[in-house]
Design a protein around this ligand. Sequence first.
Ligand code: SAH
Ligand code: SF4
Ligand code: F3S
Length: 418
Amino acid sequence: MLKDIFVSEKQMKEQIEYSEKVKSLLCVRYPDKKPKAFTHTYGCQGNVADGERIRGMLAAMGYDLTNSPENADLVLYNTCAIREHAENRVFGNIGALKKYKKQNPGMVIAICGCMAQQSYVAQKIEKSFPYVDLVFGTHALHRLPELLSKTLCRGKRIIDATESDGVIAEGLPVARDNNTDVFLPIMYGCDNFCSYCVVPLVRGRERSRRPEEIIKEAGDIIAGGARLITLLGQNVNSYGKGSESDTDFSDLIRMLDALPGDFQFDFMTSHPKDCSKKLIDTLAGSKHYCRHLHLPVQCGSDRILKAMNRGYTRAQYLSLIELVKNRMPDISLTTDIIVGFPSETYEEFCQTLSLVEKVRYDSMYTFVFSPRKGTKAYEMEDAVPKSEKMKWFSQLLKLQEKIQKEKQKIKKTTQMGC
Ligand code: SAH
Ligand code: SF4
Ligand code: F3S
């Protein structure tokens, strides 16, 4: 049963055949030139890694990758659904493509990624943007050659937002802009269902790549000149759960750390509820670890943490931070924070401020709560007006600025002392 998550060799071969078919179709369509493809990826590092595979597949199909949509023969947006603002930006940008399609009616326009995986969004694109030729969700990524060949052959629109628990497709070609700072996905999906978050709905169930595939790819990346490898997953701390191998995240890190070469590694994202002492000990003893830990706290109030379904308390988070600082005094800490979760009071928000004062992060990614369709929090009553939440938000930013200034001052004084 576990094997079902891996796309079979036979299916991958079929996609290579489709890729060759697209190549031939393009030769007929563009006898005098190599067609150009423009892609843009929104959202997280995991999506950027997907975008690199999309570009790899397009290059293998015979496209020249270009930096401008204007003269492109194919334009693809790889989208993000994490907040409403991200989605609205994409809708605006799809609207702007209409003029390019008018100038070049043969242009193929494709929309994929997390937005396209939500059927109501796929339907909206189908209805409101008739010049979009191809829409496909995250689970269809490895079938891009097949979908594109059908689009080019039939000249008919294709919409594929098929629901799935998710698969793992190994061996896709990768085209990276940068070979020194490289993203390496180790797992996909998420099973945590934080009540505000759309990711489990658009990325499927948590599933891990085989350790030997990851380590082989890491070796190739290092040989290709990488200086920093960032391991990717929505919750890397639960790497290996439910898989055929006994290797957990700490074991994987040890295997990576044992590789020869002048490189460092980082990882994203670590979930506090699964951050074990074993992992912290492993990190403290790793020679290639870059000494940066991104540990999203989201908020400082126990009641809100519970409503968010985060699985830890404020006290547990703070004692984890203490352990990390004790074992690695030079660690750089970063976090994510959501301001204005439904029913959050000002007093509860002040608990986030006091937690930030205590931890003193090196930097923070801060967001105002955005209701996402299909999540639990979407249904929760939210009485605090946006204008009030924005005030809290700027209070948090001011505090972080103050902390950063103080940290820089201490750094300068220490350097002068040296
Ligand atoms: N898997 C990672 C986070 C992925 S999403 C983790 O659990 O930490 C990145 C960040 O976006 C989250 O940490 C959260 O702070 C923010 N976020 C997610 N959904 C959001 C929403 N509905 N509104 C506002 N911010 C949100
Ligand atoms: Fe979203 Fe929570 Fe999963 Fe992170 S752990 S991707 S915030 S559901
Ligand atoms: Fe966005 Fe999808 Fe990543 S919703 S944050 S691109 S997993």
